[in-house]
Design a binder for this molecule. Structure first.
Ligand code: ADP
Ligand code: G3P
Length: 489
């Protein structure tokens, strides 16, 4: 039997089959349209999300037959917000993507009113436009007629997992798992329920919200692939990858290098609160138990490589960056700060903007490409420094995954700049793998977490001296300072 993982990411939808040993069997990927209506705004068409996901899933299922699929696990770009009409199933507005900054002023307002502490204590999150709460409010307040309909109980909200499950089950099931719920800024980490006080502050009717559920559970069935297949796993993509990396022990850390970079540390069965801009989040709910994680979210990582490709046209594809970066001995003191949509952890500056500094007559394309890759590793160090300090854990190794973790230059530079070994597993699609594991556990394909495997592909040992490392890193910190608050009016 196989498990089908649906990995609905920010830039593409993926469907991947895993076998009973957790090995990658076959997968397909479809990119879909990014919509940028104004500077700093990012949207997706919810039907692009759904149709691209179904298209790849159907093709993948055809290769083995629906009858051979034991379960489907869903994992998704988190925070992205969709509201739809309960009766027609039609979205009332485009999906507002996690990267979208349009609600920065709503967040400023919440901060001015002094709600930061309350929101952090209840949800584990900092007040930022990143999370779903203010995006929901924006749609209710700005799209004509939606608030009235919502008050009448005719509107449903979902993150992308909810939207997919609702559609895959023919409009029968309206759920969200705890890990996704913990990204809405509306979910109380202790009661494991929506928080009425925050709902009131943001003026969001409870009736639109999905039912919070564990991450490994049979939520319902889909018949759109020819047979009746249980949907049995649901987790936000970063939590799913923590699961796929088998970071089951307290203190284990992974970094996923995708559009953004997401660094999560398992903190066990109690939420751990940060004083330095890290997020407290639910890792998963499995076996009647909820576990927590500390997270550092970096908004732009692989997306900066995409920007080199699509906007600057400096490269034709992302993998070219590896050889280009290696073609120069260093960046020539060129630094790139990818604050295109502000800066996430640990800075949380919604008004920071991208910066390239240190350009000379000698600067070449290779230097720019190298500076872009290096910026991904520097941002990761920013987060890990704070994380290790706060959790009082000396990280032994960093487990890595995601599209850009295939870049050997980047992984070596990461080990160099951290001074810690970096380990890449055989399967770098660990997000999908985690969703597959969660689904497989719910239907009994695997009996317990102990049956789940993790295999090493390559270990990168740090090669820079401490002096060299610190010199490079201190220049980065200087560059970051100069990018901050740039777009504040
Ligand atoms: N070999 C590579 N080197 C550098 N960046 C890469 C490489 N492969 C992919 N990327 C970048 O990583 C991102 C793709 O990662 P992926 O895991 O597909 O992300 P997502 O789920 O966010 O769509 C893209 O932004 C791409 O530019
Ligand atoms: O689409 P990804 O994989 O870049 O992940 C997006 C994150 O879930 C945003 O929090």
């Amino acid at each position: 039997m196989y498990i089908l993982a649906l990995d609905q990411g920010t830039t593409s939808s993926r469907a991947i089959l895993f076998n009973e040993k957790g090995e990658y069997v076959y997968g397909l990927n479809k990119e879909y349209k990014q919509i940028y209506p104004r500077p700093g705004w990012v949207e997706h068409d919810p039907y692009d999300i759904l149709n691209s996901q179904i298209e790849v899933a159907k093709k993948v299922v055809e290769t083995v037959g629906a009858e051979n699929i034991a379960a489907i696990g869903i994992t998704n770009q988190r925070e992205t917000t969709i509201l739809w009409d309960k009766n027609t199933g039609k979205p009332v507005y485009n999906a507002i993507v996690w990267q979208c900054r349009r609600t920065a002023s709503i967040c400023d307002d919440l901060k001015e009113k002094g709600y930061e502490k309350l929101i952090k204590e209840k949800t584990g999150l900092v007040v930022d436009a990143y999370f779903s709460g203010t995006k929901i409010k924006w749609i209710l307040d700005n799209v004509e007629g939606v608030r009235e309909k919502a008050e009448r109980g005719d509107i449903l909200f979902g993150t992308v997992d909810s939207w997919l499950i609702w559609n895959l089950t023919g409009g029968k099931v309206h759920v969200i798992d705890y890990s996704n719920a913990s990204r809405t800024m509306l979910f109380n980490l202790k009661t494991l329920d929506w928080d009425d006080e925050i709902l009131e502050i943001l003026n969001i009717p409870r009736a639109i919200l999905p039912k919070p559920m564990p991450s490994s559970y049979v939520y319902g069935y889909t018949e759109i692939f020819g047979g009746k297949i249980p949907i049995a796993g649901d987790a936000g993509d970063q939590q799913a990858s923590l699961f796929g990396q088998t970071c089951f022990e307290k203190g284990m850390v992974k970094n996923t290098y995708e559009t953004g970079c997401f660094i999560l540390m398992n903190t066990g069965d109690t939420p751990y609160y940060s004083n330095s801009g890290l997020l407290t989040t639910i890792a998963w709910g499995v076996d009647d138990k909820v576990e927590y994680a500390l997270e550092g979210s970096i908004f732009v990582a692989g997306a900066a490589v995409q920007w080199l490709r699509d906007n600057l046209k400096l490269i034709d594809n992302a993998s070219e960056t590896e050889d280009l970066a290696k073609s120069v001995p260093d960046s020539g003191d060129l630094y790139f700060v990818p604050a295109m949509v502000g800066l996430g952890a640990p800075y949380w500056d919604m008004y920071a903007r991208g910066l390239l500094i240190g350009i000379t007559r000698g600067t070449t394309k290779a230097h720019i490409v190298r500076a872009v890759l290096e910026s991904i590793a520097y941002q990761t160090r920013d987060v890990l420094e704070v994380m290790s300090k706060e959790a009082e854990i000396n990280m032994g190794t960093l487990r890595v995954d995601g599209g850009a973790s295939n870049n050997n230059f980047l992984m070596q530079f990461q080990a160099d700049i951290l001074g810690v070994p970096v380990e890449r597993p055989e399967v770098t699609e660990t997000t999908a793998l985690g969703a597959a594991y969660l689904a497989g556990l719910a239907v009994g394909l695997w009996k317990s977490k102990e049956e789940i495997a993790w295999n090493l592909n390559k270990r990168f040992e740090p090669q820079l001296s401490k002096d060299e490392r610190e010199k490079l890193y201190s220049r980065w910190k200087e560059a970051v300072k100069r990018s901050m608050r740039w777009s504040e009016e």
